[in-house]
Design a protein around this ligand. Structure first.
Ligand SMILES: *Cc1c(COP(=O)(O)O)cnc(C)c1O
Length: 360
């Protein structure tokens, strides 16, 4: 394929495969962990009104001061600890551009969010892989050993972990912090669904960074806004590395105005947590499924039998979930995003039909 291309990309990039999460046009899409609810209408009109008054010939505030100040207040953190970017993926990329790179290593614990190792490789950072336990938790002492041996500059933990839903106890994060001389980055893209956070462990002189996103919890995946809470010295370095004016005015305004609708956003989170409970209970009734505990807005199941065949039968019934069955360490696994109660009912009904068909 690329052998015919006139110019080759840098060594180390050729063997990368792009990030794909296939989209299909079906009625019930439960494959990308988006919120099934749009943001509150009041937010959308406040945002559109504010956009109307913006001088479009001027660059945005490079320091995103208003947004960072409001977020800091919302989180009970000093503003100097806030770094904002285009989705938390850009936060992760900026962290790796700053603290990773040639001759440096990043540690991940698989199976986990694929973009941690993917972005690491793109930035020339070597990836060191630790294994999770059978129940998908990180073994703190094995992890500490790996970190002591490999001396990574960045250690990733994801809590709740995507795609397994596993919530990591803070003792594990503290074990990682104790073992490494590098940064520990806790990706909390789903943190609000767990109610558990490592944010209180972030200190001005520490090495802990907590990354979050508006994409899932705040129903704003289209707007691309993420942030991290980090020691001020880290934030200063990130600001040097990230492109100037990377955060467009509509994004900054959206982040600022959404915070006024915190109550409505929290109600959505509570609704999804309740639906997750209902979904886990319904899934538990199927004998051929192993259901993993989840602190996120999705649930991972392991199927006894042909998981990809089951995924296809669900698609035939108009339901799209995420097929992880061909991924290492996730043999037989499918991940379903928590949708509206109607969508979850449709999924469970489709699953019942599909499993009966497989068994017949
Ligand atoms: C979705 C996701 C992200 C990235 O989200 P953005 O849309 O870039 O903010 C980061 N980490 C994890 C674990 C995710 O699942």
């Amino acid at each position: 394929m690329s052998g015919d291309a006139p110019v080759q990309p840098r060594d180390g990039l050729r063997e990368l495969t792009g990030y794909h999460s296939p989209q299909l046009d079906v009625a019930v899409r439960l494959n990308t962990n988006e919120s099934p609810y749009p943001p509150p209408p009041g937010f959308v009109s406040a945002w559109l009104d504010a956009l109307g008054g913006v001088p479009l010939n001027r660059y945005p505030d490079r320091a995103a001061r208003d947004l960072r100040t409001a977020l800091a207040r919302h989180l009970g953190q000093p503003v100097e600890r806030l770094f904002c970017a285009n989705g938390s993926n850009e936060v992760l990329q900026t962290l790796l551009l700053t603290y990773g790179g040639a001759g440096r290593r990043a540690a991940v614990f698989e199976p986990t969010y694929a973009l941690h190792s993917h972005i690491a490789r793109i930035t020339g950072t070597e990836v060191v892989v630790g294994e999770r336990r059978e129940d998908f938790t990180i073994d703190p002492s094995a992890a500490a050993q790996l970190v002591e041996d490999a001396q990574p500059s960045v250690v990733f933990a994801c809590s709740p972990n995507n795609p397994t839903g596993t919530v990591e106890p803070s003792a594990t994060i503290e074990a990682l912090l104790g073992a490494t001389a590098g940064l520990v980055v806790v990706d909390e893209a789903y943190g609000e669904f767990a109610g558990d956070t490592a944010m209180s462990l972030v200190g001005d002189d520490g090495r802990l960074v907590v990354a979050r996103t508006y994409s899932k919890v705040w129903s704003m995946a289209a707007l691309r806004l993420g942030f991290c809470v980090a020691p001020p010295a880290v934030v200063e370095e990130l600001e040097k590395v990230v492109l100037p004016y990377h955060l467009a005015v509509p994004t900054q305004l959206a982040g600022l105005l959404a915070l006024r609708f915190g109550g409505e956003m929290e109600a959505r989170v509570e609704l999804l947590v309740r639906e997750r409970g209902r979904l886990v209970e319904a899934l538990g009734a199927f004998e051929s499924l192993t259901v993993y505990p989840s602190g996120a807005n999705f649930v991972l199941v392991r199927v006894a039998g042909d998981a990809h065949g089951l995924w296809e039968r669900l698609v035939e019934r108009g339901v799209l979930v995420r097929d992880f069955s061909s991924w290492p360490r996730l043999e037989g696994c499918l991940r379903v995003t928590v949708g509206t109660s109607d969508e979850n009912d449709a999924f469970v009904a489709a699953l019942r039909g599909a499993l009966q068909e497989v068994a017949a």
